[in-house]
Write a protein that binds this ligand. Structure first.
Ligand SMILES: Nc1ncnc2c1ncn2[C@@H]1O[C@H](COP(=O)(O)OP(=O)(O)OP(=O)(O)O)[C@@H](O)[C@H]1O
Ligand SMILES: [Mg+2]
Length: 509
C-alpha cells in the first residue's frame, strides 16, 4: 500500500544550553499509520514532539502538515491544525470532572453564553463509550486510576478532530489488560485514517502495533524503517549503536532457604485493598510482586514503608515487631522506596541532579552539619557513570533531563543510601532497553551484597529475570508463591487469570 505522507519534518534543529537535542532530524508519518519513535533515554524523542506541537520553538527546520507549512507556537495552535498530543506527563486537571477535562479549554457554550454542561456530559459519555469505557463522567478525574485518566486524555485528543495523535509513552503506567484496551482504541483510530506517533520503550508493543519505526540516537536520525525489515535485536542495535545482548534470567536456583529473614508482614488488611496478605523477605533476596493494577501491590509496599497504616496485621523487622507510623521510621530502620510516580512523589524539579540524588543522604555525608562537597560529588559521579545518566553536568536542573534519566537519578538516590531493603515500584518504567540491563545488573549486585529488594513490576519478564521469588497477588490476596522454574511468564499470567491458588512445591518461605 502506498503511504500518503501527512506529516513531514525536515532538518529540525534544537539546542538547549549545553545540549544539542536535535541535529538535522527528518521525520515523516503517513495517514492511517502507527509510527513508532524510538531511541534511548535522552535521544530526543520528546523534544521532537514538543517542537512539532509548539511547546518548544525550533532553532531551524520546516514542518509540513497536510500539505501546508505550519509553525505552531502552542499546543492549542497545533490542535487547531489537527495535531493532538498525550504527553509523557499527563496534562489534565485532576480536580475537575471527567467531562470537564475532555472539554478543557474548548468548553461548549449554550446560546446564552453559559456552559452547556448537559451537552458536554453527553459528548464525553459518547466519546468514552466509543472507546469501550463506561464510567461516570461527573466524578473528579483524580478518583480514577492512571489508566483511566490516560483513556480520558486520549478521548480528549480524539474529540478535537485530530488527524494526528501523538502518544508519548502511553503504556508505561498501564497493565497488560489495559494495554489491550488502548490498542483497540489505536486500531480504531487507524481505521479512520488518523495517523499516530507512538513512543514506547516496550519493544513487543512496537512490533505489535506499529507499521513504521523512526530511530533517533543522541539527537540524530538513525533511520526510518518498515517494521517488516526489523527484528527486536536489530532494532535494539540501531537504538544503542552497538551489538544488542539479550537480557537473561539471572538466577534459577533458590538459595535462600537457610538465610535469615529481614522483614515479615503478617495478615495485613487495609480497607478493601489488602485482605489478609502476608509476605516475607530474606536478607539479600529479590522478591517480586506480580498482579494487575488494583491487585494491591502498591498498597502493600506503602504499608511496609509506613506510608499507610494497615487496619490490621503485623510487621516484623529482623524478628522484632515494629509499628511504622511514617516513612521516616521506615527509612531509619533501613528501607528505601523508589516510587512509581516520579512526578508526584519523587523529584524536586527546581533542584540539580546532584541535589536530587543526595538529598536523602545528607545526614550521612555531613559532618557537624557541613556537607562534604567532595564526597557528594564523588558519589553523584559514580552513579552518573554507572547508570549512564545523560546530563551535561551534575549541576543541571533535574527537570531538564529526559523522563528516563530522571527515573535513573531517583534510583540512584536510594541506592547510594545503602539501605537494607529497597522497595522498587516499577523501577524501569520509561527506561530504555540499554539502561534496563544496567539497572538489572545493579539490582543483582545489591542483592549479592546482602541488600533485599522488593520489586513491583507490570512487566512479567522483568520479574522473571530478576527475582528469587515471586508472589502473585489479586484483590489484596496472595494467589501464588513461586520459586525457580515456576517463575515464568506463562504460569504467572495464568495464575493472574485464574482464581485458584498455586504454589511452588516447597514454596519460598
Ligand atoms: N527543557 C530542557 N532544558 C535543557 N535540556 C533539555 C530540556 N528538555 C530536554 N533536554 C535535553 O535534551 C535531550 C533530549 O531529551 P528528550 O526529553 O527529548 O529525550 P527522550 O528521547 O524523550 O528520552 P526518554 O526516553 O528518557 O523520555 C536530553 O539530553 C535532555 O536532557
Ligand atoms: Mg521522553
Amino acid at each position: 500500500m502506498e503511504r500518503k505522507i501527512i506529516l513531514e519534518m525536515k532538518n529540525i534543529e534544537k539546542s538547549f544550553p549545553g545540549v544539542k537535542a536535535l541535529k538535522n532530524v527528518d521525520f515523516s508519518v503517513a495517514e492511517g499509520e502507527v509510527h513508532a519513535l524510538m531511541g534511548e533515554n535522552g535521544a530526543g524523542k520528546s523534544t521532537l514532539i514538543k517542537v512539532l506541537t509548539g511547546v518548544y520553538g525550533k532553532d531551524s527546520g520546516d514542518i509540513m502538515f497536510q500539505g501546508k507549512s505550519i509553525n505552531p507556537k502552542s499546543t492549542l495552535e497545533a490542535q487547531e491544525e489537527g495535531i493532538s498530543t498525550i504527553y509523557q506527563e499527563l496534562n489534565l486537571s485532576p480536580f475537575q470532572t471527567v467531562y470537564e477535562n475532555i472539554y478543557l479549554g474548548r468548553e461548549i457554550k449554550n446560546k446564552y453564553g453559559s456552559l452547556d454542561r448537559k451537552q458536554m456530559r453527553a459528548g464525553a459519555k459518547e466519546l468514552l463509550s466509543d472507546m469501550g469505557l463506561h464510567i461516570d463522567v461527573d466524578v473528579p478525574l483524580r478518583k480514577y486510576s492512571t489508566a483511566i485518566q490516560q483513556m480520558v486524555a486520549i478521548a480528549r485528543a480524539v474529540s478535537t478532530k485530530a488527524k494526528l495523535v501523538i502518544m508519548d509513552e502511553p503504556t508505561s503506567s498501564l497493565d497488560t489488560k489495559e494495554v489491550r484496551v488502548l490498542f483497540d482504541v489505536i486500531n480504531r483510530l487507524k481505521s479512520q485514517g488518523i495517523a499516530i506517533i507512538f513512543i514506547s520503550h516496550r519493544l513487543d508493543e512496537v512490533f505489535e502495533i506499529c507499521g513504521h519505526v523512526t530511530i533517533l540516537k543522541d539527537g540524530e536520525l538513525v533511520g526510518d524503517y518498515s517494521i517488516e525489515d526489523l527484528d527486536q535485536m536489530k532494532l535494539v542495535s540501531l537504538m544503542i549503536g552497538r551489538e544488542a545482548v539479550t537480557l537473561e534470567r539471572k538466577k534459577d536456583k533458590y538459595t535462600f532457604r537457610d538465610v535469615d529473614e529481614l522483614v515479615k508482614m503478617e495478615d495485613i488488611h487495609f480497607e478493601t485493598k489488602l485482605n489478609g496478605i502476608g509476605i516475607s523477605i530474606k536478607k539479600g533476596e529479590v522478591l517480586g510482586l506480580a498482579g494487575l493494577l488494583g491487585s494491591g501491590r502498591t498498597e502493600l509496599a506503602n504499608v511496609l514503608f509506613g506510608e499507610i497504616r494497615p487496619d490490621k496485621g503485623n510487621i516484623y523487622w529482623l524478628d522484632k515487631k515494629v509499628s511504622l507510623k511514617n516513612p521516616q521510621m521506615a527509612i531509619k530502620l533501613g528501607m528505601g522506596f523508589c516510587t512509581e510516580d516520579r512526578k508526584v512523589e519523587g523529584i524536586f524539579p527546581e533542584m540539580t541532579v546532584k541535589e536530587n540524588m543526595t538529598v536523602a543522604l545528607l545526614p550521612q555525608i555531613s559532618k557537624h552539619g557541613i556537607i562534604s562537597n567532595k564526597k557528594e560529588e564523588e558519589l553523584t559521579q559514580y552513579y552518573i557513570d554507572k547508570l549512564r545518566i545523560k546530563t551535561p553536568s551534575m549541576d543541571q536542573l533535574i527537570g531538564n533531563l529526559s523522563g528516563g534519566n530522571q527515573q535513573k537519578v531517583l534510583l540512584a538516590r536510594w541506592m547510594c543510601m545503602n539501605p537494607d531493603l529497597i522497595i522498587m515500584d516499577e523501577p524501569t518504567r520509561g527506561i530504555d532497553v540499554g539502561a534496563k540491563s544496567e539497572i538489572e545488573d545493579l539490582i543483582q549486585e545489591l542483592s549479592s551484597n546482602g541488600i533485599s529488594i522488593l520489586m513491583i513490576s507490570s512487566e512479567i519478564e522483568e520479574l522473571e529475570r530478576n527475582c528469587d521469588r515471586v508472589y502473585v497477588m489479586r484483590e489484596g490476596k496472595e494467589l501464588a508463591d513461586l520459586i525457580e522454574d515456576d517463575i515464568n511468564s506463562d504460569l504467572i499470567m495464568s495464575t493472574i487469570a485464574s482464581a485458584g491458588k498455586v504454589s511452588s512445591k516447597e514454596g519460598g518461605k
